[in-house]
Write a protein that binds this ligand. Structure first.
Ligand code: PRP
Length: 388
């Protein structure tokens, strides 16, 4: 029996949401109705027996592995009324045209695939397929952390959340995946949409302090970028309250402007940590906690606010300490990132500007404790000696 109308139906969701099980359930029903079925899957998916699609629960259905999307159409027999594709996120973009052509021929096309990769980004051709389909079912798993509905796939490398830019294969690492809800899906080093390219140095203007070689980031550039960061943070923490933990003293101006751009509920606290020996303009690597956070952060969403991450020693020490206190989440937002100077790798979640290795001052940053009030980020003249 042939369907009078072709159609595309999508079964999507995170790993462990039961997509393949649902696909197999539909195929069994079609088989009971004696419909003629063909199943294809990309050869990349060789987790289980290669001539079958198999669910995590153990149900299976025979399938033809294909190396390329273009191989599917020539393999579909004239009397086939149901074509199923599993792990469709791994097919090339041509798979959308293949599905469209089959549906135009009157075939019922059932597609199962992950809608997001481990970073939470749209996966392969799934967004196109979803938009072409008559029916879309998004299935959910259970969050491995809190037991709520899970829509995302958490990748763990050696037990730690994989970073946004981690390679697909990490040699020698033990890797595993689990289902997570939005709140517990962690992707360190996710880039923010940014204008964070190193700005060009503008010559100092008359009336600006004599010690300035120039202005690196103007007041307008700072405020525009802080608005963007505020939007990104508000989006990411929507529906939750966040504790903004400002690192004194440099982070204060950034904190007060940033919080005015936030639409999420937030509270404030402070820490003072010194990574520089007095009079030395170079990180000593020795981190001293001068003032600890005033409250119990267990179960709170903590966002650390810094003016600058340079060698990374300070923020690494802060993270190490805070992580032992079991916050619900722990992220970093820094206005400036001197990435080229890094000695300790730290996952930074929000970056205002990535800057070259200048001695910068203003907007919270000091020269021997002065000039923190400048509303822009300036560069101090080479060899400048301060005499207040
Ligand atoms: C600055 C800055 C960071 C740290 C970054 O603090 O505020 O906390 O240095 O350097 P790192 O990445 O090399 O560790 P500073 O000790 O100058 O104190 P301040 O904020 O009071 O000026």
């Amino acid at each position: 029996m042939k369907h009078s109308h072709g159609s595309i139906e999508i079964i999507t969701g995170s790993m462990f949401s039961g997509k393949t099980e649902e696909l197999i359930r539909r195929l069994r029903r079609a088989r009971i109705a004696r419909q003629s079925i063909q199943v294809f899957k990309p050869v990349i998916d060789n987790r289980y027996a290669s001539e079958k699609v198999k669910s995590h629960a153990g149900t299976e259905f025979e399938a033809t592995p294909v190396a390329r999307a273009a191989e599917v159409l020539p393999l579909v027999r004239p009397d086939t009324t149901v074509v199923a594709l599993d792990e469709a996120q791994f097919f090339e973009p041509e798979i959308a045209e293949v599905c469209r052509a089959l549906a135009a021929r009157g075939v019922r096309v059932i597609v199962a695939g992950l809608d997001q990769d481990f970073r939470g980004e749209p996966f392969g051709s799934m967004p196109q397929l979803v938009s072409l389909a008559e029916h879309v079912d998004k299935l959910h798993a259970i969050c491995a952390v809190c037991g709520n509905e899970a829509s995302r796939t958490q990748r763990l490398i050696n037990g730690e959340p994989a970073q946004y830019d981690d390679p697909v294969v990490v040699v020698g690492a033990s890797e595993l995946y689990e289902a997570r809800c939005r709140e517990h899906h962690l992707v360190p080093r996710r880039p923010t949409p940014s204008t964070s390219q190193p700005p060009a140095l503008q010559p100092a203007q008359p009336g600006q302090p004599e010690m300035l070689a120039g202005v690196l980031i103007s007041e307008a550039q700072l405020q525009a970028r802080i608005r963007e960061l505020g939007d990104a943070i508000s989006r990411d923490y929507a529906g939750r309250s966040v504790l903004l933990l400002c690192i004194l003293r440099g982070g204060v101006l950034f904190l007060t402007d940033l919080m005015r751009q936030l639409s999420v509920l937030h509270t404030l606290d402070f820490m003072a940590i010194s990574s520089y020996d007095p009079g030395v303009r170079r990180s000593s690597g020795q981190v001293r906690i001068a003032l600890d956070v005033s409250q119990n952060i267990e179960g709170q969403h903590v966002l650390v606010i810094e003016d600058i991450v340079d060698t990374g020693h300070t923020i690494a020490a802060v993270l190490d300490l805070l992580a032992t206190r079991r916050p619900a989440s722990l992220k970093i937002c820094t206005l400036l990132d001197k990435a080229e100077r890094r000695e300790v790798q730290v996952p930074i979640d929000y970056v205002g500007f990535t800057i070259p290795n200048h001695f910068v001052v203003g907007y919270g940053l000091d020269v021997d404790e002065y000039y923190r009030n400048l509303p822009y980020i300036g560069v101090v003249k080479e060899g400048f000696v301060f005499h207040p």
